[in-house]
Design a protein around this ligand. Structure first.
Ligand SMILES: Nc1nc2c(c(=O)[nH]1)N[C@H]1C(S)=C(S)[C@@H](COP(=O)(O)O)O[C@H]1N2
Ligand SMILES: [Mo]
Length: 444
């Protein structure tokens, strides 16, 4: 006998095809619940498939670079963890160690995360627009399979909107919500990836059929009309109005918006003169003049750093198998190294400066800690997730990793971490601890 249910969920749960027949009572046929309410001739499986495919590319890049960012945080190294646990991927984080090698590694992966994430938003909105009539589908629940499909869709759209909203707010350095960004964004991504996988499994056959019937890009040609079956697809208008914009005009406008946003975000990721095109960059466009004129993540005042602690009495404590206390004058008397390195923030911006100071490995040698696997860095800052950090072996042993005392030839400003800060290649900005108080080789 021929299978009448559609999709593997029906088969898996043995839904009775007759159960799909609308049970009474239906929502009244008014407003958006009436199919004739939806009149755009552009809606249909092709537009949804095309937008969905473009969105999928952006989302995959965003997801991969997002999980890479979590790897970069080296959350399995003690103090670095900003989440309660790493969930199902813990083994991956234990296995992968973030390299120090390429100085711009994190600037690139996180820049891509933010660029593709922001550029995906117009695509997401277009895709949602293309299926609006389905949200008013009647009856709302037809069978167990239909209920599961709609639940997965609700989780999918809900988690997508949550991820995009929290990501955008984080880029804007605005935390109006009462929860912590990183764990929320991180755990929501698992819901999202799960729901996305299910959604793909359910919809890929539709996408393939639509592309086979109409071609992938052919409907974007000049004066192209396509005929889609309004009986089979809820999103296709039953009685379409004439178009107010061509299919190619709509897709073109959305693509241009995405591209424009991508260029803008790239402006702040790349930094330098390109920052000027970053119109939405929250850290402003101007930083005054002078060697310390570049963006500040958290000012000394916000971090609760008292200027008395950073004055003449400041002493750096260094520990390995031996212990040492060094004043800023002692540190300046040691051989200095200058390295050109970026700070690459999780928010997607980066800035490259010339830093001068003492290689961490040289300080390690002074206390018999140069073969340590980890370096615990503690700040004068007393609380907050960035007051302590643990660097891995690659980071502490790289000859470019510095305890920086100066930037661009001048003393660090208080806001940039005076009297001394960490600067290491390839890592997230959060690992470049400011106002360093204590270094412990092999503490963890
Ligand atoms: N002690 C301390 N160090 C810190 C931070 C902080 O809040 N406290 N912020 C970190 C973050 S998130 C970034 S991106 C860099 C930014 O350095 P900058 O403010 O000098 O640009 O500093 C890092 N070091
Ligand atoms: Mo940051």
């Amino acid at each position: 006998m021929e299978e009448r249910g559609n999709g593997f969920l029906d088969r898996a749960f043995g839904a009775d095809p007759d159960a799909r027949k609308p049970p009474a009572p239906d929502p009244p046929e008014i407003g958006p619940f009436k199919r004739s309410f939806w009149k755009s001739p552009l809606r249909g499986p092709w537009l949804t498939s095309f937008t969905g495919s473009a969105l999928l590319v952006a989302i995959v890049v965003c997801a991969v670079t997002g999980f890479l960012s979590h790897v970069a945080y080296e959350t399995t190294l003690g103090e670095n963890s900003v989440v309660l646990g790493d969930g199902p991927l813990t083994f991956l984080y234990e296995w992968l160690s973030w390299p120090a090698g390429w100085a711009y590694l994190y600037a690139v992966t996180q820049g891509m995360h933010v660029i593709f994430g922001v550029a995906a938003i117009p695509l997401l909105l277009l895709k949602l627009w293309s299926v609006i009539p389905k949200f008013f589908e009647r009856p709302a629940l037809r069978s167990l399979a239909h209920m599961l499909e709609r639940t997965s869709l609700a989780l999918f759209i809900g988690s997508a909107l949550f991820l995009f909203a929290t990501g955008l707010l984080n880029i804007q350095v605005w935390y109006p919500f009462g929860f912590s960004f990183v764990p929320a964004h991180y755990y929501a991504s698992f819901v999202f990836v799960g729901a996305l996988t299910l959604h793909l499994a359910l919809k890929l056959p539709l996408v393939a059929r639509s592309f086979r019937e109409h071609g992938v890009v052919k409907p974007l040609g000049r004066n192209q009309t396509i005929h889609e079956d309004a009986e089979a697809h809820e999103s296709v208008a039953l009685a379409p109005d004439s178009a107010t914009i061509s299919r190619r005009g709509l897709v073109g406008a959305v693509a241009a918006t995405s591209l424009g946003l991508a260029v803008m975000m790239a402006g702040q990721s790349i930094g330098g003169p390109l920052r000027r095109i970053a119109l939405l960059a929250p850290r402003g466009q101007e930083y005054g003049t002078g060697p310390n004129a570049f963006q500040i993540n958290k000012t000394a005042r916000l971090a609760g750093i008292a200027s008395a602690d950073t004055g003449e009495t400041w002493i750096l404590k260094v520990a390995g198998s031996d212990q040492l206390e060094l004043s800023r004058a002692d540190l300046l008397a040691l051989p200095q190294v200058t390295e050109r390195l970026p700070i690459a923030c999780v928010e997607g911006w980066s800035t490259t400066q010339d830093w001068t100071g003492i290689p961490l490995i040289a300080l390690g040698r002074m206390v018999g800690g140069d073969s340590a696997e980890t370096l615990l860095v503690q700040s004068l800052q007393e609380s907050g997730s960035f007051s302590e950090v643990v660097l891995n072996r690659a980071q502490l042993s790289d000859s470019r990793s510095l305890l920086a005392l100066k930037v661009n030839g001048a003393d660090l400003s208080l806001d940039h971490g005076f009297p001394a800060r960490i600067i290491i290649p390839g890592a997230p900005g959060v690992h470049n601890t400011k106002w360093v108080d204590r270094l412990t080789f092999g503490a963890v």
